[in-house]
Design a protein around this ligand. Structure first.
Ligand code: MSP
Length: 649
C-alpha cells in the first residue's frame, strides 16, 4: 500500500478551538488510523498558524508579546487533540525556527529566480482576512470573502509580489487533467470558476511599519511575510523540505490535504502556484469539507453560537463525540450541530443498535455458553445474509475511505448491526436456549458475535477506545484489528473467553433545554411541524433543503386499523395501519396525546420510506406526522375523505 501523508489546516492560535477545528482534525485522525490499519506508512500533520495581524491584535489586547500570546494559547489546541485521542505525528507551530528557515529559503529562491518582484500597491485591504483586493473584487464595496463582508481599507504602499498570474493557464489545465486534485467535484468547479477571472499576482509582504509580527523577508528587512504565504509552507517545512531530503522525499507530495470550504482559494490557487514556482510536485488531493452550522449560520465567535468541543467531549465522552462528527456530516457538505441531534444519533446508532447488540449477545453467551464463544454449526440462508452484509460493510468502508465518504462507510456498518439485531429477534436465541437447541443457539450467537467483531474493527478508527473495549469483551483483545481480517467471515475464535457484559453506550436522556420535553419519541415527529412566519427561512434551527431532498421522502396517507399501548412505554402507541394494499406496524410517541380507542378509522399521513427501527423492542415501519402545538401537545395530521396509500405532496 502507498504511503499516506495527511494534513489539516493550521489553526489560528489566537482563537478558541471549536467544533469546526475538532471536525477537521478528527477526520484527519480517522483517515490516518485507517491507513495505518491497512499497513500504509502514515504521517499526520497538524499545527497552529501563529503570525499575522489576528495574533498581533490579540496580543496587543492582552498586553503581551505575540510570541507569549501564542505560547499561552497554543496549549488549548494541544490539549484538545490529546483529549480527542488524535494521533498526529507532528504539531507544527509557524513560530518555530525549523519552519521559519524554510519560508525564508523559499522566498529567497523565488526572489532570486524572478518569481517575486517589488512594486507599488494601490488597492483595498481587509484586516480580518488579511487579503488585498482590487476594486472589481469587492462586493458592494465590502470584503468579498464568503462570510466576511467587512469594510475594507484603502492602502497605497510598496510591497513584494509573487508572479501568480503567470501560472493561471497551467493551473486550469492541471485541475482539468487531475480530477482528484480538488474534491468534492463541486469545489473543483468552484475553483475553475474562480480561475475564469484574470488571476492577479499575489502580494506576499507586509511593511513592518504597519504589521511587524511575521517572518522577515530575507531580501528586505523592512517587510514581513504575508501570513498565508508563511502558513501554507507548513505542509512542507514539517516534513524536512530543504533540511532532510530523504524524509521530504518520503512524504511529499501529500496524499490528502483537508481544508474547510472557506479556505479553498488559498489552497487550490495560491498553494499550487507556489509549489509550481518552487518546482515541487502537487498534493494528490485537496479535500474541502463543509461547515458545521448552528441553525442556518456558521458557528463563529462573533455569532456567539460556538460549541466548546472540550466541554462536549467531557459531557458525552470522546468516542461518542468523534462518532457524531464523522457520522453526521456528509463529507463535503454542511451539517447542523446541535446537542439534540447528537443525542438522537447517539441513542439510535450507538445505544439502541450497537450497544444493544453487544449486551444481548454477551449476556446470552455468558448465561448459556459458559462465557465462551460457541462453535457455529452449518450456516443457513439467514447466516449467509448476515455474513454477506458484514463483508459488504468492510468493502463499503474501504471504498468510503478512498472516495472520501466515510459517513457512507459508517452507514454500511450500522445497517449490518441493525440486521444482526433483526436476526436475533427472528432466531430468538432465548427460545433456542430454553428448548435445549444448543447447536442452533451456538450458530446464532456466533454469527451475531462475528458481526460485532467485524463492525467494531471497521469502527475502530472512529471510536478507538470504545471499540477496543468492545473487542476486549468479545475476547479478542483491545489491540487494533487487522484490516484484512475484517473482510473475512469466521475469524472469531470459537472457545475464546468473553469478558463481562458491559453497557458500552448507555442511553442518554434528551437534555431539557435542547430537547422538547413532554414529546414522547420526538424522533417520530419530523421537524416539518414547526411553523415559521419568516419567508425564505426554514423553521428555527432547521436548514433549508433542496427540492431534491424533499423528493426523497415518500409521504402517504394511511388508515389506522388498530391502536394499542406498548407495554412498559407510557409514551408509545403501537398502530396497525393500512397503506393501500399493504398493512404495516408503526410505533408512535403519541400515547399521552391520544387514547387508543379514538384512533381507528382516522386517515393520517406517514413517512412511508423510513428504514424500520425498534422502539422499546417493537419494530416501527414508518413515522406519522403530527403538529406540535405551543402548549406541547401533539395533533395528528389527518386527511379528509382520502383513501389510504395516496401520495401526499
Ligand atoms: N490559519 C488558517 C489556515 C491556514 S492553513 C495553511 C485558518 N485558520 S482557522 O483557524 O480560521 O480555520 C481553520 C479551519 O477551520 C478552516 O479549514 C476552516 O474552514 C475550519 N472551520 C472554521 N469554522 C468552521 C465550521 N464552523 N465548521 C467546519 N469547519 C470550519 O483558516
Amino acid at each position: 500500500m502507498n504511503r499516506f501523508y495527511v494534513t489539516t489546516p493550521i489553526y489560528y492560535v489566537n482563537a478558541q478551538p471549536h467544533i469546526g477545528h475538532a471536525y477537521t482534525t478528527t477526520l484527519a485522525d480517522v483517515l490516518a488510523r485507517y491507513h495505518r490499519l491497512a499497513g500504509a506508512p502514515t504521517f499526520f500533520l497538524t499545527g497552529t498558524d501563529e503570525h499575522g495581524q489576528k495574533v498581533a491584535l490579540a496580543a496587543e489586547k492582552g498586553l503581551m508579546t505575540p510570541q507569549k500570546q501564542a505560547d499561552e494559547t497554543v496549549v488549548r489546541f494541544q490539549q484538545l487533540w490529546k483529549k480527542l485521542e488524535i494521533t498526529n505525528d507532528d504539531f507544527l507551530r509557524t513560530t518555530e525556527e525549523r519552519h521559519k528557515a524554510v519560508v525564508r529559503k523559499l522566498l529567497q529562491d523565488l526572489y532570486d529566480s524572478g518569481e517575486i518582484y517589488r512594486a507599488e500597491y494601490d488597492g483595498w485591504y481587509c484586516v480580518a482576512c488579511e487579503r488585498f483586493y482590487t476594486e472589481k473584487d469587492l462586493l458592494d464595496g465590502k470584503c468579498p470573502e464568503p462570510g466576511c463582508g467587512r469594510t475594507v481599507d484603502r492602502i497605497t504602499e510598496a510591497n513584494y509580489f509573487f508572479r501568480m498570474s503567470k501560472y493561471q493557464d497551467w493551473l486550469i489545465s492541471y485541475i482539468n487533467e487531475h480530477p482528484k486534485f480538488i474534491l468534492p467535484e463541486f469545489r473543483r468547479n468552484e475553483t475553475l470558476g474562480f480561475l475564469r477571472k484574470k488571476l492577479n499576482d499575489l502580494c506576499i509582504s507586509r511593511p513592518k511599519s504597519r504589521m511587524a509580527w511575521g517572518i522577515e523577508l530575507p531580501f528586505d528587512p523592512n517587510f514581513v511575510t504575508y501570513v498565508w504565504f508563511d502558513a501554507l509552507v507548513n505542509y512542507i517545512s514539517a516534513i524536512g523540505c530543504f533540511a532532510d531530503e530523504s524524509m521530504f522525499r518520503k512524504w511529499w507530495p501529500a496524499s490528502c490535504q483537508l481544508i474547510g470550504k472557506d479556505i479553498l482559494t488559498t489552497h487550490t490557487v495560491y498553494w499550487p502556484t507556489m509549489l509550481k514556482a518552487a518546482g515541487l510536485p502537487m498534493p494528490e488531493t485537496i479535500f474541502a469539507h463543509g461547515w458545521w452550522l448552528a441553525g442556518e449560520s456558521k458557528m463563529s465567535k462573533t455569532a456567539g453560537n460556538v460549541v466548546d468541543p472540550m466541554a462536549f467531549a467531557d459531557k458525552y465522552g470522546v468516542d461518542a463525540f468523534r462518532y457524531f462528527l464523522i457520522a453526521a456530516m456528509i463529507m463535503g457538505e454542511d451539517a447542523i450541530f446541535s446537542e439534540e441531534a447528537f443525542v438522537r444519533r447517539y441513542n439510535a446508532d450507538l445505544a439502541n443498535d450497537l450497544g444493544n447488540l453487544l449486551s444481548r449477545v454477551m449476556k446470552m453467551i455468558t448465561t448459556h455458553c459458559g462465557g465462551r464463544i460457541p462453535s457455529p454449526g452449518p450456516a443457513g440462508p439467514e447466516e449467509d445474509e448476515l455474513r454477506d452484509s458484514a463483508i459488504g460493510a468492510a468493502a463499503a468502508m474501504c471504498s468510503a475511505v478512498k472516495d472520501m465518504r466515510i459517513d457512507l462507510g459508517i452507514g454500511a456498518v450500522n445497517s449490518t448491526v441493525r440486521m444482526a439485531n433483526r436476526y436475533l429477534e427472528k432466531k430468538q436465541p432465548w427460545t433456542l436456549a430454553s428448548g435445549g437447541r444448543l447447536a442452533e443457539l451456538g450458530t446464532v450467537l456466533y454469527s451475531a458475535a462475528e458481526t460485532l467483531r467485524i463492525a467494531s474493527g471497521l469502527l475502530y478508527p472512529v471510536m478507538p477506545s470504545k471499540m477496543a473495549e468492545l473487542r476486549e469483551t468479545l475476547g479478542i483483545g483491545a489491540a487494533a484489528p487487522d484490516l484484512d481480517g475484517l473482510s473475512v467471515w469466521g475469524k472469531l475464535p470459537a472457545g475464546a473467553s468473553v469478558g463481562k457484559a458491559i453497557s458500552l453506550f448507555p442511553r442518554i436522556e434528551m437534555p431539557r433545554e435542547t430537547g422538547r420535553p413532554g414529546h414522547a419519541g420526538t424522533e417520530l415527529v419530523p421537524a416539518l411541524q414547526v411553523a415559521s412566519a419568516e419567508p425564505h427561512k426554514g423553521p428555527e434551527g432547521v436548514a433549508m433543503i433542496e427540492y431534491a431532498d424533499f423528493e426523497k421522502v415518500h409521504l402517504r396517507t394511511a388508515k389506522i386499523l388498530v391502536a394499542e399501548k406498548v407495554a412498559g412505554a407510557d409514551k408509545l402507541l403501537r398502530l396497525e395501519v393500512e397503506v393501500g394494499s399493504e398493512r404495516r406496524q408503526i410505533v408512535a410517541g403519541i400515547a399521552q396525546h391520544y387514547r387508543p380507542e379514538d384512533l381507528p378509522g382516522k386517515t393520517i399521513v406517514i413517512v412511508a420510506n423510513l428504514k424500520p427501527r425498534k422502539m422499546k423492542g417493537v419494530e416501527s415501519n414508518g413515522m406519522l406526522l403530527a403538529a406540535s402545538t405551543d402548549d406541547n401537545k401533539l395533533r395528528l395530521v389527518t386527511v379528509e375523505s382520502a383513501d389510504s396509500g395516496c401520495v401526499v405532496k
